[in-house]
Design a protein around this ligand. Structure first.
Ligand code: ZN
Length: 205
C-alpha cells in the first residue's frame, strides 16, 4: 500500500505513477489517494483526456463504480491552465494523453504540486502506452498494480483484447478486454483461450 511521504519543510512537488493492466485497480488506487489528500485538507484537481467518455464526462469512475469528479481536457497543456489553484493533481487514463504530458507534470512538480497519474502501462499488443513509459522514468514513486489472470490465477500484467478491432484506442469493458498473466497472454496469441473460464474448467483443464 502506498503511504504518503512526509516532506516537512520541503516545498517541492513530486510525481507518482500508478500503472498496470486493465482491471488492475489503477483508478481505484488513484481515487483512494485523492480522497486521502482531501482529508488532509489539500485542494485536489482531477483531469482526464476527453477521449474517455465511457461512463460520464465529469467523473473519474473505477470499474467498481467508485468515482470522483474530474475535468475532461483536450490535451495535456490544458492541465497547466487549470492546475494553479490545486495542491494535488490527479490524472486518470493518462496513456491517452499526448507525449507533452511528461513535461506538463514536471513543470507542475517544480511548482510544488503533488501529481498522481494513473494509466495503462501497455496497450493490448504489450507495447508501452503513450506517455506512460516517460512518466515512469521521471516519477519519484511508481506503483504497479495487478489484476488476476482468470485462466491460471497468477498475477495479471497484460490486457488481452477479446475483440478483433485493430485500433489501439478501444475503450474497453469486460467484453472487450481480459487481464492475463504473461504466459496466458502469450498463449492467447497462439491458441484460442477465449472460451469462458467455466467451460475450460468443465473440460477438466
Ligand atoms: Zn495466466
Amino acid at each position: 500500500m502506498f503511504l504518503e511521504p512526509s516532506f516537512k519543510g520541503q516545498r517541492s512537488g513530486w510525481i507518482e505513477v500508478v500503472c498496470g493492466s486493465m482491471f488492475s485497480g489503477k483508478t481505484e488506487e488513484l481515487i483512494r489517494r485523492l480522497k486521502r489528500a482531501k482529508i488532509a485538507n489539500m485542494s485536489v484537481g482531477i483531469f482526464k483526456p476527453r477521449i474517455d467518455t465511457r461512463y460520464d464526462e465529469e467523473k473519474v469512475v473505477s470499474h467498481d463504480a467508485n468515482f470522483i469528479m474530474s475535468t475532461p481536457v483536450e490535451k495535456s497543456m490544458d492541465i497547466l491552465r487549470y492546475a494553479d489553484k490545486f495542491n494535488v493533481i490527479g490524472i486518470d487514463e493518462a496513456q491517452f494523453f499526448d507525449l507533452e504530458l511528461t513535461e506538463v507534470c514536471q513543470t507542475l512538480a517544480l511548482r510544488g504540486k503533488r501529481i498522481i497519474i494513473a494509466g495503462l502501462d501497455m496497450d493490448f499488443r504489450g507495447v508501452p502506452f503513450g506517455p506512460i513509459p516517460h512518466l515512469l522514468a521521471v516519477a519519484e514513486y511508481i506503483t504497479k498494480v495487478h489484476a488476476i489472470c482468470p485462466h491460471c490465477g497468477n498475477l495479471a500484467t497484460h490486457s488481452y483484447r477479446l475483440s478483433v478491432e485493430e485500433q489501439t484506442v478501444l475503450l474497453g469493458e469486460k467484453d472487450a478486454y481480459e487481464p492475463r498473466c504473461r504466459t496466458c497472454y502469450q498463449m492467447g496469441n497462439i491458441l484460442d483461450l477465449r472460451m469462458p473460464v467455466e467451460e475450460q474448467n468443465s473440460k477438466g483443464n
